[in-house]
Design a protein around this ligand. Structure first.
Ligand SMILES: Cc1ncc(COP(=O)(O)O)c(C=O)c1O
Length: 420
C-alpha cells in the first residue's frame, strides 16, 4: 500500500466511460459486453411491456435471484442497478470510519460523500500489482468497500483474502458487478460460505454489463435480512420497473447462466489475445499479474496524449486519471473481439510512437492554417488493420479519415479531456 491518500488530491469521481464514446468511435471505454442484449432477452423485456399499467411486483424476481445464489429471499434486494445500492447504503449506514479501497469504481465514494460521510482511501499499489493486503485497512474502519474483480485494475482478489476484511461491527461491501465475467465466478462471495458466516457482508451484483442493460437499470444486493429490510425501507417505492424485473428473472434461468458462463470463457480468451497484442506495443504495460475482468488497465508514458491520438484514429478508451491512485499515464480498455483488438493494437502502436520536436514550419502560401494533417511520424509502424485500412474497425470514419493524427489533438471529440 502507498501512504494514505494524497490529502486533498481531487478526482472527478463522477466521470464515467460513457462520456468518452460517440462520434462513431469504436467503444473501448465502456465495459458493457458488445452485441448485447441478446434478442431472447430483448424479447422477454418487450413482452413485459404488456403489464406496464400495473405497479411493479418484485416478488417472483426476488425469489428467483435468491434461488440462484442459494439464499433466502429475505437476503435479496433488487435495485435499479448496482449504482442504486451504493446510494441506499450511503443513506442508511452511519459509518464512523468509512474506507474505500482504491483504485476502484468511484460511485461508492461519491455516494458516501453525497450522503455527508467522510471517506478514507486505502490506495493499492501498482508496483504490487494492486494486490489487496487486509492489513492495509485500518482496524477501526466500520465500513469497507472493495470491488472484485476491481474496475479499473481488473484484479480479482482471492475470496479468502476478502473474507479476512470482515469482522463484527464492520459492514464489508464487495462490489461484484463484473463477477459474472469471471469463469466459474471463482472468488465470489455471493453464495456465502457454507458453514461459515461472514459478518457484515454485503455483495452487490449488476445485470447491466454482461447483459447489455445499462439503460434499463437492474441489479441486486445480497446481505443479512436486517440490513436488507432497512435498505428496502429507504428505497423509493417501485424503484425497479416491471421490464427490469422481467430481465432479472430471465437472467437467472439456467440457459441464461450457461450463456453468461460461455461469455466469460470468450472474454477470457479475448483478453489473453489482447494482452498478447499489447505485449508487442513498446512502452505499454498491463496492470496486475493476472487480469480477470472484461477490461484491462494500461500504463504508458504520455497516456493522456495517446488517448487523444487514439480518438483521432477512431478509438475511444477510458481515461483512468479520474480513479483515485491513478494518473494521466493510465488508460482502461474494454476486452473486445480479436478483429477489434487487432485494429486497436495497431492504432495504439501508432499513437505511442514518439514524435520528434520539429521546428515550426512557415504557413504555406495561400493557407492561413499552416500545413495539413500529418501523414504520420517517421518510424510509425505500417501495419495491416491500421487506422487508414478500411477493413479495420478502427477506420470508423471510412477511407477518407485523416491518417495518423498530428501532435495537436485539441479538436478531437471529447478532446478537451473534461469529464462530464
Ligand atoms: C465496478 C462497477 N460497479 C458498479 C457499477 C454500476 O453498475 P450498474 O449499471 O448496475 O449500476 C459499475 C458501472 O460501471 C461498475 O463499473
Amino acid at each position: 500500500m502507498r501512504p494514505p491518500a494524497e490529502a486533498g488530491a481531487e478526482y472527478d469521481l463522477r466521470h464515467h466511460g460513457d462520456a468518452e464514446v460517440g462520434d462513431g468511435l469504436v467503444d473501448l471505454a465502456v465495459n458493457v459486453r458488445a452485441g448485447t442484449p441478446p434478442s431472447w432477452l430483448a424479447d422477454r423485456i418487450a413482452a413485459s411491456l404488456a403489464g406496464l399499467a400495473a405497479y411493479p411486483d418484485g416478488t417472483a424476481a426476488r425469489r428467483t435471484v435468491a434461488a440462484r445464489h442459494g439464499r433466502p429471499a429475505s437476503e435479496v434486494l433488487l435495485t435499479a442497478g448496482a449504482a442504486e445500492a451504493f446510494v441506499l447504503l450511503a443513506r442508511v449506514l452511519r459509518p464512523r470510519h468509512a474506507v474505500v479501497v482504491h483504485p476502484q469504481f468511484t460511485e461508492p465514494e461519491a455516494a458516501l460523500r453525497a450522503a455527508g460521510h467522510a471517506v478514507d482511501r486505502v490506495l493499492l499499489d501498482a508496483a504490487d500489482g494492486f494486490r489487496l493486503d487486509p492489513a492495509d485497512v485500518p482496524d477501526d474502519a466500520d465500513l469497507v468497500v472493495l470491488g472484485n474483480p476491481t474496475n479499473p485494475t481488473s484484479v480479482l482478489h482471492p475470496a479468502a483474502l476478502v473474507r479476512r476484511l470482515a469482522r463484527p461491527g464492520r459492514t464489508l461491501v464487495v462490489d461484484e458487478a463484473f463477477m459474472d465475467a469471471v469463469p466459474g465466478e471463482r472468488e465470489s462471495l455471493a453464495g456465502g460460505t457454507p458453514g461459515e458466516d461472514v459478518p457484515g457482508l454485503v455483495v452487490l451484483r449488476s445485470l447491466t454489463k454482461t447483459w447489455g442493460l445499462a439503460g434499463l437499470r437492474v441489479g441486486y444486493l445480497l446481505a443479512g435480512a436486517g440490513l436488507v429490510t432497512a435498505l428496502q425501507d429507504a428505497q423509493p417505492l417501485w424503484a425497479v420497473s416491471t421490464p427490469a424485473l422481467a430481465a432479472a428473472e430471465a437472467c437467472m434461468a439456467p440457459e441464461a447462466l450457461a450463456e453468461a458462463a460461455e461469455a466469460a470463457r470468450t472474454v477470457t480468451a479475448d483478453r489473453a489475445y489482447l494482452v498478447e497484442r499489447l505485449r508487442g506495443v513498446p512502452g505499454v504495460r498491463v496492470a496486475g499479474d493476472t487480469p480477470a475482468g472484461p477490461f484491462l488497465l494500461l500504463h504508458l508514458e504520455d497516456g493522456a496524449e495517446a488517448r487523444l491520438r487514439l480518438r483521432e484514429s477512431g478509438y475511444a478508451v477510458r481515461r483512468a486519471d479520474t480513479f483515485p491512485g491513478l494518473g494521466p499515464d493510465w488508460l482502461r480498455v474494454a476486452v473486445r473481439d480479436r478483429r477489434t483488438t487487432d485494429g486497436f493494437a495497431n492504432a495504439l502502436a501508432m499513437a505511442t510512437v514518439a514524435l520528434p520536436d520539429l521546428p515550426a514550419l512557415p504557413p504555406l502560401p495561400g493557407r492561413a492554417d499552416g500545413p495539413g494533417p500529418s501523414s504520420g511520424p517517421a518510424g510509425a509502424p505500417d501495419l495491416p488493420g491500421s487506422p487508414g485500412d478500411p477493413a479495420s474497425p478502427g477506420s470508423a470514419h471510412g477511407p477518407d479519415s485523416p491518417g495518423f493524427p498530428g501532435r495537436s489533438a485539441a479538436t478531437a471529440p471529447g478532446g478537451s479531456g473534461q469529464g462530464r
